[in-house]
Design a protein. Structure first.
Length: 165
């Protein structure tokens, strides 16, 4: 029961972050650049909830946020980026060679790579690969920001975990 409640709270948190992000004009004229705020809940869930739970949260978030704040294309792009990102975050965490920030940066970079690959497929041109350097830089910066926020929240989550009855 507690696990269900925690997952529900994380899903609500990630949808709230998705909504907030939809209100922020961010991108600097480069298509596909976003802050990735909703990934904060996925990163936290990966560390505190488990791999299956984080994957379920990620997929559910992508579909619900897409239906609520986006469209079918945003779901396709988010799904491509989100699944590639999740796989490499899981891999980075599993190796125990990366910090939380490193795992998050990995997620940011691979999310953007997944989106650029689906964009090349959808628009049927390799011209979109011109954006890769900008998207990689954005993935590193936003991934670091999300990782930083996760590290800031960790002591509070540890305290909640210790006080859980």
């Amino acid at each position: 029961m507690k696990k269900t409640i925690n997952m529900g709270l994380l899903l609500a948190f990630t949808l709230l972050l998705s909504y907030v992000e939809s209100l922020i004009p961010f991108g600097f004229g480069i298509p596909g650049i976003k802050l990735g705020l909703a990934n904060l809940a996925v990163v936290l869930c990966l560390y505190y909830g488990g791999t299956k739970e984080a994957l379920g949260l990620n997929i559910t978030r992508i579909f619900l946020a897409g239906f609520l704040f986006g469209n079918l294309y945003s779901i396709c792009y988010s799904l491509a980026g989100g699944m590639l990102s999740f796989f490499f975050m899981w891999l980075a965490k599993k190796t125990n060679s990366f910090t939380v920030k490193g795992v998050s940066v990995t997620g940011g970079v691979f999310h953007n790579l997944g989106q650029i690959l689906i964009a090349a497929f959808v628009v049927k041109t390799v011209g979109v690969f011109f954006y890769i350097p900008y998207l990689l830089l954005a993935g590193i910066l936003t991934g670091w920001l999300i990782g930083f926020l996760a590290v800031v929240l960790q002591p509070y989550l540890n305290r909640i975990e210790r006080n859980r009855v």
